[in-house]
Design a protein around this ligand. Structure first.
Ligand SMILES: [Fe+2]
Length: 591
């Protein structure tokens, strides 16, 4: 069967296509439209998916939307009416979003794609998250946990998934926590209070948390009392989630934690105010982790299963993921490359294919490269027209010489193959650099990413060597594959990995199997022979505020507008002229 999954109209739209169970294509609309977190109907992503399979829309057996618009509309309307007249300012906003786009999704899909209404299916939002997590995992049976801000009504679900012997799968979500009680919204409220953009700045809260102490954890617990059954609710006196589109925390929240930070006010950790922000971040992070660990532990006890598949935007919290793995009793934790709403396009398609239709499916590929491929000839042509010298060299030479460039302190834009599905660059649209000195981190922040961040950059290491440098618990491999876990850097290596080690001694490490990205793997080994450490700094190839690049032209533009020294794509290399060579790094002893 040919099944197209779509997520849209809330945050980070995407499309994904399955043909006979296999993911032929999946891409976020932002990568094509170049509008970060583009939530519009993902026509570009859909066209890419259909082109990739050489299909016309009429050939699709089903188009699956990632949530039930009427159920969501019901929630929005119910919430607003319950809070009228306090909610009067939110009402026009919600009506515009919901009536205009969400409710009439079937009509939009029919008119935009020409697919008859009877072929359009809807999954529940958390079924999509659950399917994205479980049906991409390398296991036949798993407990399932999903947690996000909100879908229709559910904000957190637990259950289990199993593959059937004759093909197809079951996903049973038997418990749920409903709006407005939401871990995602708790975290987002602190994100907003800390002056970061909601749905985008949550990772900054997690990063900032490492600078603070959870001194305010008891205050945070007042906001989220636990219930007798082990779950939680939000004390709505501290929130404005129900009634306003403008601010999510209430005056009582401000009484407890102080005035919100203005986004223009820098966080200076040398001041009392700056330390307070860090302490509040550490406190909400600690409470989030405690609750997730409790829920996961209870789920492990109830199911007796060894594997946990975790989906939803909360699963992007790599620090919490590491604690769940260590403390919940599960032996392995699976988080997909796209656990957030963009990944629901794939999740919705997988759910329809294997659960609804009961189709058999091949093993899900152990990578995340389902987007458009980069064209090295495009890079050569554009750079040539721009007056640059273009080198065309074979793989072996490219790997050897790029390792030398990196060892000499140069910063490399590294593009190959198809782009990543999900928010992380995993080696196909990456900026690579030497991981040793804090100066490199500062240079990347200053000359390329133009950001002042609380997260350091992430390291990538060959999977079989990861234990040498990082303290990975057993069962961490599925997390390391997609950079979904934050783990300690072993103390003896922290100084030599200063550019990728956070203030608390941790790193969001990517553990790389050779099959996943063979050229990058070989580059790591070549770099290890030169430097003594087969580890590189890997950050996404984009400038601040822009989506990760997709095409050679976008990669080249990023290279030209920033302090990147050279760009490499599919056997083509372009260097900036006239840049001084950084001093050679000292030879590290072989690990
Ligand atoms: Fe979601």
């Amino acid at each position: 069967m040919k099944i197209l999954g779509i997520s849209a109209h809330y945050h980070d739209a995407a499309a994904a296509l399955l043909v006979d169970g296999a993911p032929v294509a999946a891409v976020q609309e932002e990568r094509l439209s170049r509008r970060k977190n583009d939530a519009g109907f993902p026509m570009g992503a859909i066209e890419y998916c259909l082109d990739q399979a050489k299909l016309e829309p009429e050939a699709l057996d089903a188009v699956v939307f990632y949530e039930r618009p009427m159920l969501k509309f019901d929630r929005i309307l119910t919430t607003l009416l319950r809070n009228f007249p306090r909610s009067r300012t939110a009402f026009p906003h919600a009506m515009k979003n919901s009536l205009g786009e969400k409710v009439w999704v079937r009509g939009i899909i029919t008119s935009r794609l020409g697919v008859p209404g009877r072929r359009i299916l809807f999954t529940e939002h958390h079924q999509s998250h659950a399917a994205a997590a479980f049906l991409t995992a390398d296991c036949d049976e798993a407990a399932i946990l999903t947690a996000d801000g909100v879908g229709e009504w559910a904000t957190l679900t637990t259950g289990r998934g199993a593959r059937k012997a004759g093909g197809g799968a079951t996903i049973a979500l038997d418990r749920e926590i409903r709006f407005p009680h939401s871990l995602g919204m708790l975290y987002s409220t602190f994100t907003a209070w800390l002056g970061f953009a909601v749905n985008e700045g949550e990772y900054k809260v997690m990063g900032l948390a490492a600078y603070g102490r959870p001194a305010m954890a008891d205050a945070v617990r007042k906001l989220i009392p636990r219930t007798a059954d082990g779950a939680f609710r939000l004390d709505l006196d501290y929130f404005e989630v129900q009634s306003t589109a403008r601010r999510s925390f209430s005056d009582r929240f401000v009484d407890l934690f102080g005035p919100a930070r203005s986004r223009y006010e820098p966080i200076d950790l040398a001041t009392e105010t700056g330390r307070h922000y860090a302490d509040v971040a550490a406190s909400v992070q600690a409470v989030l982790e405690d609750i997730l660990v409790d829920l996961a532990r209870d789920l492990q006890r109830r199911t007796g299963l060894r594997d946990l598949a975790f989906g939803g935007g909360v699963a992007l919290n790599g620090v919490a993921n590491a604690r769940i793995l260590r403390e919940s009793g599960f032996e392995r934790l699976h988080v997909p490359s796209a656990p957030g709403d963009a990944g629901c396009a794939l999740g919705a398609a997988l759910f329809a294919d294997q659960v609804h239709f009961g189709n058999p499916a091949p093993a899900f590929p152990a990578h995340a490269f389902f987007g458009p491929a980069v064209d090295g000839d495009d890079l050569a042509r554009i750079a040539g027209e721009d007056g640059f010298n273009v080198d065309r060299i074979d793989d072996a030479r490219m790997i050897a010489e790029t390792a030398e460039d990196l060892h000499a302190g140069r910063i490399v834009a590294w593009m190959e193959g198809r782009c990543e599905y999900g928010p992380r660059a995993l080696g196909h649209r990456s900026i690579l650099a030497a991981p040793h000195d804090a100066e490199m981190r500062d240079r990347l922040n200053r000359d390329i990413k133009y950001r002042e961040e609380f997260r350091p950059f992430a390291p990538v290491v060959p999977a079989e060597l990861a234990d040498v440098y990082f303290d990975l618990p057993a069962g961490a491999a599925p997390l390391g594959k997609f950079m979904a876990g934050v783990f300690p850097v072993r103390p003896e290596w922290r100084e030599r990995l200063a550019a990728v080690t956070h203030v608390d001694g941790t790193a969001r490490v990517q553990t790389l199997e050779r099959d996943f990205a063979p050229r990058l793997y070989d580059l790591l080994q070549a770099y290890g022979r030169l430097s003594g450490l087969p580890i590189l700094l890997n950050t996404s190839l984009n400038l601040a505020g822009e989506p990760i690049v997709c095409t050679a032209a976008e990669g080249y533009s990023t290279f030209r507008r920033s302090g990147i020294d050279l760009i490499v794509a599919e056997g083509v290399r372009v260097r900036k002229r006239g840049r001084a060579t950084a001093p050679a790094r000292r030879q590290e002893e072989m690990a």
